[in-house]
Design a protein around this ligand. Structure first.
Ligand code: SIN
Ligand code: CO
Length: 392
């Protein structure tokens, strides 16, 4: 991915991220008018699958309708200039989970923490199609991957929505800026920025989406894990208490006993970091891993890994902090050097070249661990070679 001249990921993060929109012309190279791996037919094939999350949005004379997939049959694709009743948009969520090249596109954004990355959504719209003026609660990069789309945006977003619509459409929207994006152009929008994208002829847009978990949700989840590990011995006791004159009242002695026990519960910044790594690396509920088919012996696995290298499966998430490494929600203690470096490399770069594999495999515990992950479908032999071709 290319930033504009004189802009680096560093200046982008400092000046734009979470602050203001940025239009990047030619952010990714278009080959034959298309960016990245997915054209309309591949997208429609994905939308027909049961395990792929998709929505079909239609605007019919000022009314909006939305139907969840799978979509075995899509409405006819009207030609440019057709009546407004024929506008439709197909949105396919999590394309990166189903296609290695889509995953490679998402990983172009690895200058932002993996804990913040959500998914790659791709939409196909017929001429005039779009999902109406709205705002999102998350940062998004809107990359035009085919055709043209007009984006209209506004910082001043009144949150009222049109009632009774199946999707969130702003009641009031007045654009402050607008641009037509061609294939390869990209628009970054911070959260809460009102926007409306309208297809000019059939077009496709990829949304690189981020997640920003509610702090209340994270805190609640953390307190749950704390409760699971809680070790408070003993039972309430009250020898020598006086006869009660108000038997319905909770007395201070009981409150003190509980307060006393709870005051002994401790948690540290490290516990928080380890919780975040485990929680944020958990696969989404709809994500399932396939085992690699024919199992390999330990020796066969090690031989292939040394020859080809290893990489994380596109559905896998690996996060770490201090001495804790989490993969797909499972937590383990990082081994000491020299085995530690290759595991961190696998987490950060998502692949491990043959030489680094050899270092990792020399340690029996790591070898068994990697073999286990391979059998679970969490890692695979390196497929990077085929990925780079398409995005080059
Ligand atoms: C789209 O691709 O049509 C929708 C993207 C967005 O507005 O968030
Ligand atoms: Co949006």
């Amino acid at each position: 991915m290319r930033f504009p001249a004189r802009m680096s990921p560093h200046t982008f993060m400092r000046d734009y991220w979470q602050k203001k929109p940025l239009l990047i012309r030619g952010a990714l190279p278009a080959v034959n008018g298309q960016v990245g791996p997915i054209g309309p037919d591949a997208l429609f094939a994905l939308a027909a699958q049961e395990e792929v999350e998709s929505r079909l949005v239609r605007r019919e004379a000022g009314n909006w309708s939305m139907v969840h997939g799978p979509h075995a049959h899509l409405p006819a694709r009207p030609r440019k200039g057709a009546g407004p009743e024929r506008f439709w948009t197909l949105l396919v969520q999590g394309v990166n989970l189903h296609n290695n090249l889509a995953d490679a596109l998402l990983r172009q954004f690895n200058f932002i923490s993996a804990a913040r990355l959500d998914d790659l959504m791709i939409s196909y719209a017929t001429d005039g199609g779009g999902v109406g003026p709205h705002f999102d609660s998350y940062d998004v990069f809107l990359l035009q991957t085919m055709g043209q789309r007009r984006w209209r945006i506004s910082a001043h977003c009144q949150p009222e929505l049109i009632e009774g619509m199946p999707i969130r459409i702003l009641k009031h929207f007045e654009a402050e800026q607008e641009w037509v994006l061609d294939a390869g152009d990209m628009l970054y929008l911070p959260p809460q920025y009102a926007h409306e994208g309208t297809a000019i002829g059939p077009c496709m847009t990829a949304s690189i989406g981020f997640r920003a978990p509610a702090l209340a949700e994270l805190a609640g989840e953390f307190l749950h894990t704390l409760a699971d590990d809680l070790d408070i011995p003993g039972r309430y006791s009250d020898p020598g208490r006086k006869p009660s004159r108000k038997p319905a009242r909770i007395d201070a002695h009981m409150v003190d006993a509980l307060a006393n026990s709870l005051s002994r519960v401790r948690w540290s910044r490290f516990d928080l970091a380890a919780f975040l790594a485990a929680h944020l690396s958990e696969p989404k509920p709809q994500v399932f891993f396939d085992d690699p088919g024919a199992p390999l012996s330990a020796a066969g696995f090690a031989r292939q890994a040394r020859r080809l290298g290893l990489c994380l499966h596109r559905k896998s998430t690996m996060l770490y902090t201090g001495s804790v490494l989490c993969i797909n929600g499972e937590r383990l203690a990082l081994p000491s050097p020299p085995g530690r470096a290759p595991l961190l490399q696998l987490a950060d770069q998502r692949h491990l070249p043959p030489a680094a594999c050899a270092v990792a495999l020399a340690d029996t515990t790591i070898r068994e661990l990697l073999h286990e992950w391979f059998d679970a479908g969490w890692i695979e032999f390196d497929n990077r070679q085929s990925n780079t071709n398409l995005l080059a």
